[in-house]
Design a protein around this ligand. Structure first.
Ligand SMILES: N[C@@H](CCC(=O)N[C@@H](CS)C(=O)NCC(=O)O)C(=O)O
Length: 219
């Protein structure tokens, strides 16, 4: 077996895939998309013209999109921690939450951050206001959802939590999760303490200076 992951430690979708690899201590070669190594970017763009990462190579075959990478690992390189629930209804629920975190937490969070990286004259105030409103609505929904739940789908850590961990980590930096969302804040703390994600947080720590909104000291 030969697994190679093209990724950057500070990138949320890369952390999502890294959590799955770390959960099962799956061996892989880390191809860091670091500015000091332009060849890694060249290889990435040859593999995937959209140049989004992470990309996993499994014996030379590209596997693209963080969710698909996690599914691929569960099918072809399973370990003791199964991140895709076996029972079909539970699988569907995990996939739904995975979509929720990507579409309604990570996407508006990314919108706010990329807007902050633009020149002042190119900023999209309306788009940022909409993104903040979406995050507030998502937080309120998650607050209800997490009442009485340990993990996104209940008792077992799953794909849903791989998506949730980096999405909520950066969302709280970007648009703080208010005190009126105690269940969600507790869930975020639980995710941050999960050893697989705690490892990803530590690996990303040296890059905090690149966060355009100013990374807070906490976490
Ligand atoms: N839908 C993709 C999103 C991947 C994505 O947006 N990755 C970011 C890093 S977290 C990226 O590639 N950024 C560079 C760019 O957009 O050019 C996935 O789930 O893997």
């Amino acid at each position: 077996m030969s697994l190679v992951l093209f990724a950057h430690p500070f990138a949320a979708y890369c952390q999502k895939a890294l959590i799955a690899l770390y959960e099962n201590e799956t061996p892989f070669t880390y191809r860091r998309l670091d500015k000091s190594d332009p060849s890694a970017f060249a290889e990435l763009s040859a593999l995937w013209p959209l140049k989004k990462f992470p990309v996993l190579l499994d014996d030379g075959r590209p596997v693209i999109e963080a969710t698909i990478i996690i599914e691929h690992l569960d099918i072809h390189h399973p370990g003791p921690v199964r991140l895709i629930p076996e029972e079909p209804a539970a699988t569907q629920e995990a996939r739904f939450l995975d979509r929720f975190f990507d579409n309604y937490v990570a996407t508006p969070q990314g919108k706010i951050v990329t807007d902050a990286l633009r020149e002042p004259g190119e900023r999209d105030a309306r788009g940022v206001a909409d993104a903040r409103a979406m995050l507030e609505t998502a937080y309120a929904w998650l607050e209800q959802r997490m009442a009485g739940r340990q993990w996104g789908t209940g008792e077992r850590f799953s794909l849903a939590d791989c998506a949730a961990a980096p999405a909520l980590f950066y969302a709280d930096w970007t648009h703080p999760i208010g005190e009126r969302f105690p269940n969600l804040r507790t869930y975020r703390n639980r995710l941050n303490a999960r050893p697989s994600f705690a490892r990803a947080i530590e690996e990303a720590r040296p890059y905090r200076s690149v966060f355009p909104l100013g990374a807070p000291e906490r976490d």
